[in-house]
Design a protein. Structure first.
Length: 127
């Protein structure tokens, strides 16, 4: 094997529920049946945000498909890298999102940041 991997696909993460948490995810193929997801979140405050790849859209989240490593934010930023046992082709079908949750407070599963994973080789379609 070489250290060379296929291209990385960026996913812009936008704030949900007035959280102020934004950032970016990088989606990269990791072998034939795995995908690597690196997420960097920025926002005010600190805390640990659990994440998942969900089916659906950021406006209409479907069920979680696979869990992602939590992002522990300190000083307004945090990063995590996850390798999930789902092929890049599966998550890049235009019907999945990267979503991070509050993790604590009144509603710990409230979405705080979300980004639509684009369809591979296409401009995607409106949901």
């Amino acid at each position: 094997m070489t250290g060379q991997s296929s291209a990385t696909t960026p996913v812009q993460m936008t704030a949900l529920n007035n959280s102020g948490v934004t950032g970016q995810a990088q989606i990269m193929e990791h072998g034939a049946a795995e995908t690597m997801v690196t997420v960097t979140l920025q926002g005010q405050g600190s805390g640990t945000h659990p994440g998942h790849i969900h089916s659906g859209t950021c406006d209409n989240l479907g069920p979680a498909v696979v869990p992602l490593e939590s992002v522990a934010m300190a000083g307004g930023t945090g990063t995590s890298t996850s390798t999930v046992k789902v092929s890049m082709g599966t998550v890049m079908n235009g019907q999945h999102v990267v979503n991070y949750h509050a993790g604590s407070g009144e509603n710990p599963m409230a979405p705080v940041s979300c980004g639509a994973i684009p369809a591979h080789g296409a401009g995607g379609h409106g949901a």
